[in-house]
Design a protein around this ligand. Structure first.
Ligand code: ARG
Length: 407
């Protein structure tokens, strides 16, 4: 029987060429699976158009999976609770969608009795790592095929290949940017941005084009570490993210321009637009400042970069990531309340207020006014004992004396 392969299909040039190439070179049957993770599919292009392209490339079947709520409720949700930003900056846009796609590839492979899954990634990026490590974590028996790592075609060769096989692609040989997008934002690579000194052109931006000069204020309500309402209106997380992407993005907020370390040892210049992701993480982290007990907060802050690194590295489905999830989830029981954000064009965001019924902020303890409830006298003995070791050290060994003469 011919081997069956389930391909993660985007409708773009590479995955369309991959269908025909695998059939010709590897003599397999290809089933195309398009997982909708909130990528803004070009409105001129329907799922029917994409389906026709897959079939004309030679696929025996085409399946669309709507994973937008799953992307929001499981993947973006956990990233918010973890305040996840790889290398302190990148909120894991592409890294979060790959495990969603992988999960559906595996389940479609089971449904169609396939023995392999395939992706269109090259050998230079992180996404191949995420597809392969993820698939093997969920289905150690499935093979993973990566035709684009084998075919040795340039982009122009691929366009010729598609033309030869009469695959109706829309890309031209002068493709400039490589863009990956989902609910959590957009990742833009290639073109003139490959020179880290060159300022990114404005052309590929879509989410963060400034369309207002007025400041915009929003209130985000959180329940147990998750955003549940925007300006008092309860929304699904997917809708909340979409709405905030628009409102914050219209002020020009949400761009990142960085050089990052890929898993495969390459430094690359990346440009992102992710207004909602950055705003929600900032708001969430701010509410934690108000509500988390100090030791828990400090420990969580130490673990967050590790969580982001694991997810970036394709380890969404791994025992350490699961263990960190359990810790992070436990810390979120009292992270409920409201955060006020102000977006000031062009592109500035500030947290301007926060409040919560579970806040550990105690006005009586904090105030210097008459309402003060703090027992000042207690501090005398507390500080004496706290500093006793240093005082003893200074007296016997470390005393450097008074400030230098003349100062
Ligand atoms: N550098 C980012 C990451 O590794 C973005 C990758 C974008 N992927 C793409 N196929 N264009 O997560």
């Amino acid at each position: 029987m011919t081997k069956r392969v389930v391909l993660a299909y985007s409708g773009g040039l590479d995955t369309s060429v991959a269908v025909r190439w695998m059939i010709e070179e590897w003599n397999v049957e290809v089933i195309c699976v398009l997982v909708d993770v909130g990528q803004d599919l070009d409105s001129s292009e329907s799922f029917d158009d994409i389906s026709r392209r897959a079939i004309s490339a030679g696929a025996v079947d085409f399946v669309v999976v709507d994973a937008r709520d799953e992307m929001a409720d499981e993947f973006c949700a956990m990233a918010i609770r973890a305040n996840a930003r790889y290398e302190g900056k990148y909120p894991l846009v592409s890294a979060l969608s790959r495990p969603v796609i992988v999960r559906h590839l595996v389940s479609q492979a089971r449904r169609f009795g396939a023995t392999a899954v395939a992706h269109g990634c090259t050998g230079k990026g992180n996404d191949q790592v995420r597809f392969e490590v993820g698939t093997h974590a969920l289905a150690p028996d499935l093979e993973v095929l990566a035709p684009a790592r084998n075919w040795g075609m340039t982009r122009a060769d691929s366009v010729d290949y598609a033309t030869k096989w009469e695959i109706p692609i829309r890309a031209s040989k002068e493709k400039i940017y490589s863009i990956d997008e989902n609910l959590w934002g957009r990742a833009i690579e290639c073109g003139e941005m490959e020179d880290p000194w060159a300022e990114p052109p404005s052309e590929p931006y879509t989410l963060t084009r400034m369309t207002t000069t007025e400041a915009v204020e929003v209130i985000i309500s959180f329940r147990e570490g998750l955003p549940v309402a925007l300006d008092g209106v309860e929304l699904s997380l997917a809708d909340l993210i979409r709405t905030l992407n628009h409102r914050a993005g219209a002020t020009g907020f949400g761009r990142i321009d960085m050089v990052e370390n890929r898993r495969v040892g390459i430094k690359s210049r990346e440009v992102y637009e992710c207004p909602a992701a950055l705003a929600l993480i900032a708001a969430h982290a701010d509410l934690e400042d108000l509500n988390l007990e100090r030791d828990v907060h400090h420990e969580k802050t130490r673990l967050e970069p590790r969580w982001a690194e694991l997810v970036y590295d394709g380890m969404w489905y791994s025992p350490l990531k699961e263990a960190l999830d359990a810790f992070i989830t436990e810390t979120q029981r009292h992270v409920s309340g409201e955060v006020r954000l102000r977006f000031e064009p062009p592109g500035v965001m500030r947290v301007v207020g926060r409040r919560s019924e579970q806040a550990l902020y105690d006005y009586g303890l904090a105030t210097y006014d008459a309402a003060d409830t703090f027992r000042h006298a207690d501090s005398e003995g507390y500080v004496r004992i706290y500093g006793l070791g240093v005082k003893t050290w200074a007296a016997r060994q470390g005393a450097k004396g008074a400030a230098p003469a003349g100062s």
